[in-house]
Design a protein around this ligand. Structure first.
Ligand code: HEM
Length: 126
């Protein structure tokens, strides 16, 4: 499925359920939990969800509220090595499995997350 068809396939509801399932896993995670510890998790959930809605052609609320994503800059203060990157993907995989999106949408999202997470790495090693 190409990226343009993704939003039509899962809608705002699909993104909302996926990101809620992802953030439910964050607080108890030994690597990611501490990174998000001082953040407002409800707000963080909303920011990631809104970013994805905007990125895949839904409402542009993210852009209105946060401006241009500049994701690498916004992740610069978090140490993202291989272990953090892989764990983020692992939790997202579990969230994808739980949410039960159509298989093709699942694939498209999975490869988008995979490459974006790699792009956000900012240190070698763990
Ligand atoms: C690679 C591992 C990653 C780690 C460790 C990580 C960690 C974090 C943390 C700790 C925050 C702050 C939470 C908040 O208050 O908003 C954040 C924000 C955010 N992350 Fe990540 N992240 C990762 C990957 C990703 C990926 C793959 C995406 C996109 C698909 C993403 C998109 C975002 C967005 C949109 C925000 C909010 C930015 C803002 O508007 O301030 N992150 N991330």
């Amino acid at each position: 499925m190409n990226e343009q068809d993704l939003y039509a396939a899962i809608g705002e509801d699909g993104f909302t359920r996926l990101i809620a399932a992802f953030y439910r896993r964050i607080p108890q995670d030994d690597i990611l939990g501490p990174m998000y510890e001082h953040h407002d998790l409800t707000g963080a959930e909303q920011r990631l969800r809104d970013f994805l809605l905007f990125r895949f052609g839904g409402v542009p609320r993210y852009l209105e509220e946060r401006g241009h994503p500049r994701l690498r800059m916004r992740h610069a203060r978090f140490p993202i090595g291989q272990a953090a990157r892989d764990r983020w993907i692992e939790l997202m995989d579990a969230a994808l499995a739980e949410t039960g999106l159509p298989a093709e949408a699942h694939q498209t999202l999975r490869s988008f997350f995979d490459s974006t997470a790699t792009f956000l790495m900012n240190r070698a090693g763990d």
